[in-house]
Design a protein around this ligand. Structure first.
Ligand code: B16
Ligand code: MG
Length: 224
């Protein structure tokens, strides 16, 4: 039986990647580092500090700052990001997501958030979906981020379910790896190439059907 859905946030429920990009680009500029949208693809799904490390490496400044200075830089980026997310409204739910969440809720399927973002609860509030969720994994409490399976295992625990009773939904390769390692059925949103490791993949959230993902999960891993 499938009794739970564990969702990633950025790229699955809403698209905050552009806001992350704008805030990182502005910080990078202050450090004399140039990043573009293609580089930004690498930052999807990974934590704030890991993102900063990649940007510094990209600018050949990996050893230029102390840990304390890096904390300050990450905070600067987050302050700007928080200004952007103030603009988020329920209209920013990705296509089909409103229907999917409400349909799952009506059927009594548990839902948890497994996002690397520490801003997840604030974004859910702005999207007006927080009441639909039964739990949010706090990324600050994780020993290891994606691709480690911990975040998805914790999501299932929050729902009081075993991993094989849950489906994980992700748009990042590191996220799919995390779900797979957790032993959960993985649903990927994105291109066939990027989502090659997903048990089942769709190109867009508009193609996500609750009946189909449950059917695929019951048929078993890798049978799509
Ligand atoms: P924050 P997800 C991730 O969200 C983003 O994709 C990634 O770009 C970001 O660095 C990370 O959250 C941390 O976000 O700075 O808000 O804590 O895809 O895991 O929902
Ligand atoms: Mg994501």
């Amino acid at each position: 039986m499938i009794k739970g859905l564990i969702f990633d946030l950025d790229g699955v429920i809403t698209d905050t990647a552009e806001y992350h990009y704008l805030a990182w680009k502005s910080l990078a500029k202050k450090l004399d580092i140039n990043i573009d949208r293609e580089f930004n693809e690498q930052l999807k799904g990974i934590s704030r500090m890991e993102s900063l490390e990649l940007i510094l490496e990209h600018g050949n400044k990996a050893d230029a700052y102390t840990d304390e200075e890096k904390e300050e830089l990450a905070t600067l980026k987050n302050d700007e990001y928080k200004e952007y997310i103030k603009e988020i409204t329920p209209n920013d739910l990705l296509p089909g997501v409103h229907e999917l969440l409400h349909q799952a809720k009506e059927r009594g399927i548990g839902m948890a958030l497994a996002s690397a973002s520490k801003n997840g609860p604030e974004i859910m509030k702005r999207l007006e979906i927080e009441d639909l969720f039964d739990g949010v994994v706090d990324p600050a409490t994780l020993k290891a981020g994606k691709p480690d399976p911990e975040i998805f295992i914790r999501g299932a625990e929050l729902l009081g379910l075993s991993v094989d009773e849950c489906i994980g939904l992700e748009d990042a390769e590191a996220g799919i790896e995390s779900i797979n390692k957790a032993g959960m059925f993985s649903v990927g949103v994105g291109s066939k190439e990027a989502m090659a490791e997903a048990d089942y993949a769709v190109e867009s959230t508009a193609d996500l059907s609750l009946d189909t993902i449950i059917k695929k999960a019951l048929e078993g891993k890798k049978s799509n």
